[in-house]
Design a protein around this ligand. Structure first.
Ligand SMILES: *Cc1c(COP(=O)(O)O)cnc(C)c1O
Length: 383
C-alpha cells in the first residue's frame, strides 16, 4: 500500500531545515530573540498592519485578543458556528458565553443578516456583547464589508479569526488586517507552519504591548519578578520563529501550488452533476483547503461513498467543520441557527490540498475518485 496522502501536511524543505539549524547555532534558544522580532516585523508587513505578536498558538492569540478587548465573565461573544473548536474554546477560557451565528450557504462564513438579527435580539435582552469573531473559513475572508459596519453600529469590536486565511484578501485588503485585531495560526496543517504557533495582528500599539505582557506571565519591568495580575506563557519560541521566517519566504509559491490543485479539481468536477467546488468565487481566496458540496439528489455519489473509496486508496478526506452548536461541549450555548452550516457539514467533503503534494499524488486522488464518480455517470447515461 502506498504512503498515506494527508489533507494538508506541512510543506517543509531543506531551506527550513537550514534556517532552524542556523537559529539554533545563534544561541537564541528561548521564547525571545532576534528571529521573533524579525518574524513579527515581516508578518506585519505582509498582512499590512502595524504590529504583530508571535505566540505559541492561534488559540493563544484568540485568548489574548479577547482579553485585550476586555472580554470577561458575563459577557457574550458572537462567533461563526461553522469553525474549528479553537475559536469557541478561547471564548470559554475568558468566562464569556459564546453565541453561534449560522452560515451563508455559498461560503459557509458568518451570515451578516443573521449577525445583525443576533445583535438586535441580544441588545433587546440587555446582554452585553463584548466582541464578534468572524472566521475566514477554509481560506475565504468573511464578508467584512457587511460585518464591520454592523458591528460598528452596535459599538461591538471585531476580532477576526484569520487562522485559515493567511494570503487571502477581501476587496483588495489582506486577511488578518480586519477588525480591532486579528489572529492567524501556524499549526502544522495550516497554509504555512511553525509546527505550532500563532500571531496576533493589530494597529494599536497599546493592544500589542498588553498582549506581549500577558503572554510572558504578566511580569512587571523590574528585576525581582513582580506580578500584579495573572499572566500566561504564550510566547513563540525563537527557533520556531526562524522556521516561520523561512516559510514566509516561500508563502507565495505555496499559495500558487494550492490554487493549482483547486483549478484541477474544478475542471475534474466540471461535468459531474450535483458536485460543486465549495466557496463560490475564489479569486481572492488562499485556497487553503478544497472542499466539494455533494447534492444528495442529483450527484452520482454520496460524501460517505467518496470518503470510503479514497480511504481504501489510503487518501485522507474530511467533512467540513462540524458546527459548534452541534458539538456536545457547546450544544447548550445560544445562537441564531437556520440549519445552513449543518447542511454544509452533511453534504461537504474536503480533499487533499497541500502545497507539498506532487502531481503524481494528486493524479492518484483523481484515479480513486474516478472509480465511483465518472464510472457511475457512465452507468447512468447508458441506462
Ligand atoms: C487552526 C485554527 C485555530 C487555532 O489555531 P492553533 O494554532 O491550532 O491553536 C483557530 N481558528 C481556526 C478557524 C482554525 O482553523
Amino acid at each position: 500500500m502506498s504512503e498515506r496522502l494527508f489533507l494538508s501536511p506541512p510543506d517543509v524543505t531543506e531551506y527550513e531545515h537550514q534556517a532552524v539549524s542556523d537559529a539554533m547555532r545563534s544561541g537564541w534558544i528561548a521564547p525571545a530573540g532576534p528571529h521573533i522580532d524579525a518574524f513579527e516585523h515581516a508578518m506585519a508587513q505582509r498582512v499590512g498592519v502595524q504590529y504583530a505578536v508571535a505566540l505559541s498558538s492561534g488559540t493563544a492569540a484568540l485568548h489574548l485578543g479577547l482579553l485585550g478587548l476586555g472580554v470577561r465573565p458575563g459577557h457574550t461573544v458572537i462567533t461563526s458556528t461553522m469553525t474549528f473548536a479553537a475559536t469557541t474554546n478561547a471564548i470559554v477560557y475568558t468566562g464569556a458565553t459564546p453565541y453561534f451565528v449560522d452560515s451563508d450557504i455559498t461560503t459557509g462564513n458568518m451570515d451578516p443578516v443573521l449577525l445583525e438579527k443576533s445583535l438586535q435580539q441580544l441588545s433587546a435582552e440587555n446582554q452585553q456583547v463584548a466582541a464578534i469573531i468572524p472566521v475566514d473559513l477554509f481560506g475565504k475572508a468573511a464578508d467584512y464589508s457587511a460585518i464591520l459596519p454592523i458591528a460598528q453600529r452596535y459599538g461591538v469590536p471585531v476580532l477576526a479569526d484569520a487562522a485559515e486565511s493567511l494570503g487571502a484578501q477581501h476587496h483588495g485588503q489582506p486577511a488578518g488586517s480586519f477588525g480591532q485585531a486579528a489572529i492567524t495560526s501556524f499549526n502544522g496543517n495550516k497554509i504555512m507552519t511553525t509546527s505550532g504557533g500563532g500571531m496576533l495582528f493589530t494597529d494599536d500599539v497599546a493592544f500589542a504591548d498588553k498582549a506581549r505582557y500577558l503572554a510572558t506571565q504578566a511580569r512587571q519591568p523590574v528585576t525581582h519578578y513582580e506580578h500584579v495580575e495573572v499572566g500566561y506563557n504564550y510566547r513563540m519560541s525563537n527557533l520556531l520563529a526562524a522556521l516561520g521566517l523561512a516559510q514566509l519566504n516561500r508563502l507565495t509559491a505555496m499559495l500558487q501550488r494550492r490554487r493549482a490543485w483547486r483549478e484541477q479539481y474544478r475542471s475534474y468536477f466540471a461535468d459531474v452533476p450535483g458536485i460543486e467546488i465549495f466557496g463560490g468565487d475564489d479569486s481572492a481566496d488562499n485556497c487553503w483547503l478544497t472542499s466539494i458540496i455533494i447534492d444528495p439528489i442529483t450527484a452520482p455519489v454520496t460524501p460517505q461513498q467518496l470518503q470510503r473509496v479514497l480511504e481504501q486508496a489510503n487518501i485522507e478526506t474530511r467533512p467540513l467543520w462540524k458546527p459548534m452548536h452541534l458539538q456536545p461541549a457547546f450544544v447548550h450555548y445560544p445562537g441564531k441557527i437556520t440549519g445552513t452550516a449543518q447542511q454544509l457539514f452533511e453534504r461537504g467533503l474536503t480533499l487533499p490540498s497541500g502545497s507539498a503534494m506532487t502531481q503524481r499524488q494528486f493524479d492518484s486522488v483523481l484515479t480513486a475518485l474516478d472509480t465511483v464518480v465518472h464510472s457511475r455517470m457512465r452507468i447512468r447515461s447508458v441506462s
